[in-house]
Design a binder for this molecule. Structure first.
Ligand code: BG6
Length: 477
């Protein structure tokens, strides 16, 4: 027990994404999404970085998103389990291609809209608040073929139409929205973040920042539409957060740490403060990046800033200017981090740093002075089912316990945090590797990396732990 209780209205819950959970990838008129083209392993990594995938799925490949954990059909059973844990919120995303199968259809797909009606109704029936991301690594494939995805300005108005459609449809059901999941991912995994593929010889950086500009304008237009269509709703941005630590107190390391943080803050500075920061303008100039902006863009960005800062936190990052130190990178971390000698790592090489969530939350709050929402945090591990059919995931409890405790410290530091939706409360497909073996859930799903298993759900030890945490307002860790 700790003495600290989280506020009564704190939004405890979990977070999933359409493409990692739903499956039913072509059902009820859904179009192909970028993630439906991602196999597993090395091929997946190469495409996520922007190498051209096969634009129609190949017979010879296994695509984990196609069935995922079949949440599309099993959501009532899964939501009942979330309710049993006492969830106050569930973060989900809408698959753009379920609503507009080609991304530019004249009319939305009614069957797709009805699915999310059923999903939100089921959540509300259990008193669970839906928290909805408009784009979680999801672009209709047709928009890649036709426009080159977010490199094209066309995407801005197509996304705006999509956003307005879902705001109008769900205005009485959804109060918490988010625009782009981990918007800064675009710089690291451009296909995953923005559906970008590159040809040899292209100026990759310029295309990435051009796509970023388009997403930033689209995000601001979604904020505008949300405020107009659903008065009282809150709409936020979403950052893949985790501060960079300088490896030493050498000012060169410290400065590099600041610059690395700014690579990510850049997006949120625009979404929350409403304008391009000076350091970004200098970066464009120094790198001779010519980013096309339309005359009205500055006004759109300025007038429609986000209401809260959503962020994921899995680990901190470390950076160094010393070539010897840089040889020792952690594996598996898309943000490229030097190994931190003070911290342990997960099996996938992700650094474990509970204090880092307090540091990151304080820094974000100091910078933006807006409510924060921790919309992802968790521990990917290979859980084992015992012959008795149980899963003892004490290591996950340990990770989450320490992070929730530090989040409580941040609240006591004066940081306003409105909720915590841990990642993958039920096992889902891993975004970075496509594996099922990398599990985050309180609920085990019987399915393996090759798609075998009967999809049965099993409560893990952490299920009972998290139920207690929520019941005790975070005081019983
Ligand atoms: C975040 C994403 O990057 O991390 C999620 O928003 C993702 O989609 C999560 O699943 C965990 O990463 P991974 O690769 O372990 O699934």
């Amino acid at each position: 027990m700790t003495n600290f209780k989280f506020p009564k209205d704190f939004l405890w819950g979990g977070a999933i994404a359409a493409n990692q959970a739903e499956g039913a990838y072509l059902e009820d008129g859904k179009g192909l999404s970028i993630v439906d083209l991602l196999p597993t392993g090395e091929k997946r990594r190469s495409i996520m970085k922007g190498n051209v995938p096969a634009l129609t799925p190949l017979e010879t490949e296994f695509y984990p998103s196609h069935e995922a954990i079949d949440f599309y059909h099993r959501y009532p059973e899964d939501i009942a389990l979330f309710a049993e844990m006492g969830f106050k919120a569930l973060r989900v995303s809408i698959a753009w291609a379920r609503i507009f199968p080609t991304g530019e259809d004249a009319q939305p797909n009614e069957a797709g809209l009805q699915f999310y009606d059923r999903l939100f109704d089921e959540l509300l029936k259990h008193g669970i608040e839906p928290v909805v991301t408009l784009a979680h690594f999801d672009v209709p494939v047709n928009l890649i073929e036709k426009y080159g995805s977010w490199r094209s300005r066309e995407l801005v108005s197509l996304f705006e139409t999509y956003a307005k459609t879902v705001f109008s449809r769900y205005k009485d059901k959804v109060k918490y929205w988010m625009t782009f999941n981990e918007i800064n991912m675009l710089l690291h995994l451009p296909f995953l973040g923005a559906g970008l593929v590159f040809k040899d010889g292209e100026n990759v950086k310029e295309i990435q920042y051009q796509a970023a500009h388009h997403q930033l304008v689209a995000s601001a237009l979604a904020v505008k539409a949300c405020h107009e269509i659903i008065p009282g709703a809150m709409i936020g941005c979403m950052l893949a957060a985790g501060s960079f630590y300088p490896y030493t107190c050498n000012p060169e390391d410290v400065f590099q740490g600041m610059e690395k943080d700014r690579e990510s803050y850049f997006f949120i500075d625009v979404q929350s403060r409403g304008e391009y920061p000076g350091y970004a303008k200098r970066f464009f100039k120094d790198h001779e990046l010519n980013i096309e902006m339309q005359p009205g863009d500055a006004g759109i960005l300025k007038n429609h800033t986000v209401d809260y800062i959503g962020f994921s936190y899995y680990s901190s990052r470390t950076t160094s200017t010393d070539p010897e130190v840089v040889k020792n990178m952690t594996t598996g971390n898309v943000f490229g981090s030097v190994a931190n000698p003070y911290l342990a790592k997960s099996e996938w090489g992700w650094t474990i740093d509970p204090k880092g969530i307090r540091i990151t939350a304080n820094q974000l709050h100091d910078r933006y002075q807006k409510p924060l929402f921790v919309v992802e945090n968790g521990f990917g591990a290979n859980d084992v089912v015992t012959p008795e059919g149980e899963v003892d995931d004490s290591y996950r409890i340990d990770y989450l316990k320490r992070h929730v405790a530090e989040m409580g410290e941040a609240l006591q530091d004066g940081v306003e945090i409105i909720g915590y939706t841990s990642w993958g409360p039920i096992d889902i497909v891993s975004a970075s590797s496509g594996e099922m073996r990398k599990r985050y859930g309180y609920i085990y799903v019987d399915r393996d990396n090759e798609g075998k298993g009967d999809l049965k759900r099993i409560k893990k030890k952490s299920f009972h732990w998290y139920k207690n945490v929520i019941e005790s307002d975070g005081s019983n860790l």
